[in-house]
Design a protein around this ligand. Structure first.
Ligand code: AMP
Ligand code: TRP
Length: 329
């Protein structure tokens, strides 16, 4: 039986966070041996907001190395940089021509990222059409992402259907692969906002490369309500509930078990043990990250990924162009 295809990506627009890991990256690792997987660093998406060139380069390599450090095996999955496969930009353009202004205007990520800004790049607006192209180039069946990407995925499905309707059956209609617990990890300083690597307050997120003592400090300072009960109640205790979700995702313990473990004990022991559980998860990952960066193997792995991804992407693009009426030579 042929394996189902999986594609996903993360922006190198800052340091990956525990939210990225719990919401998406650990599912990449989980799916790699049972599916045909493509995992990319979406550097072309990152430049939809200004990036400093040296930082973009460093972060792109860092994200790729973190994929591997988290357990992605480049022999099992194809790991590459989006910008090294030009078919993304090309199909991205074609998808932009298929997308309606109204669809893009409804995207909440665009509304959030453009709110209050004086000048907003056009690429930030057309960003979801490029994301649709990313997924469609590989005819991915499953797309492991966090909750915030649901709307973009819905648009991808609509565009795939629209193309198929106009030009004949071509694209698979992809589905999201979204975790039950941890699809939306919130900021440590404000549980109404999602944990994000682009938050200017570093205390609001746990970066996968934060030293263990910084992680301990950030968790001990995480905002909690004035009560003392470790109880999962997102409406009334959003901060504690967020910490419980992190605990559950990191240890695989159920929410009910965690509540029972800390019954009557207050937040102190809960936060301490949560910090240790996060450190236990992250320390080996950091060691493996350092090994990968020092090995000098990263560019070779990304080059191989580029070649494998290009083959499939180019094939899809030729088919699409021919169906749309371009002269294919
Ligand atoms: P980004 O950092 O926006 O490139 O996101 C990369 C992946 O991580 C996407 O699949 C997101 O949905 C996921 N993700 C980002 N932030 C979070 C979060 N706070 N909680 C859960 N998943 C997240
Ligand atoms: N938009 C996604 C995010 O911000 C990143 C992304 C770009 C992506 N292309 C993708 C995710 C294709 C999954 C599949 O997180």
């Amino acid at each position: 039986m042929t394996k189902l295809k999986v594609l996903s990506g993360m922006q190198p627009s800052g340091q990956l966070t525990l939210g990225n890991y719990i919401g998406a990256l650990r599912n990449y690792v989980k799916l790699q041996h049972t599916h045909e997987c493509y995992f990319m660093v979406v550097d072309m998406h990152a430049v939809t907001v200004p990036q400093e060139p040296a930082a973009l380069k460093e972060q792109s390599e860092s994200v790729a190395a973190l994929y591997l450090a988290a357990g992605i095996d480049p022999k099992a999955a194809t790991v590459f940089l989006q910008s090294t496969v030009p078919a993304h930009a090309e199909l991205g353009w074609l998808m932009t021509t298929l997308t309606y202004m109204g669809e893009l205007e409804r995207m909440t990520q665009f509304k959030d990222k453009s709110a209050g800004k004086e000048s907003v790049g056009a690429g930030l607006f057309t960003y979801p059409s490029l994301m649709a192209a990313d997924i469609m180039l590989y005819n991915a069946d499953l797309v492991p992402v966090g909750d915030d990407q649901k709307q973009h995925l819905e648009l991808t499905r609509d565009l795939a259907q629209r193309f198929n309707g106009r030009y004949g059956d071509t694209f698979t209609i992809p589905k999201g692969y979204i975790p039950e617990v941890g699809a939306r990890i919130m900021s440590l300083d404000d549980a109404s906002k999602k944990m994000s690597k682009s938050n200017p307050n570093a205390g609001s997120y746990i970066a996968l490369l934060d030293p263990p003592d910084v992680i301990r400090k950030k968790i001990s300072r995480a905002v909690t309500d004035s009560g003392r009960e470790v109880k999962y109640d997102p409406a009334n205790k959003p901060e504690v509930s967020n910490l419980i979700s992190i605990y559950s995702a990191v240890t695989d313990k159920s929410v009910a078990d965690i509540e029972a473990m800390y019954d009557g004990q207050g937040y102190g022991p809960f936060k301490k043990e949560l910090a240790e559980a996060v450190v236990a998860l992250i320390e080996p990952l950091q060691q493996s990250y350092r090994d990968i960066r020092e090995s000098g193997e990263l560019h070779r792995i990304l080059k191989e990924g580029q070649q494998k991804a290009s083959e499939l992407a180019e094939r899809t693009l030729r088919d699409v162009k021919s169906k749309m009426g371009f002269v294919v030579l």
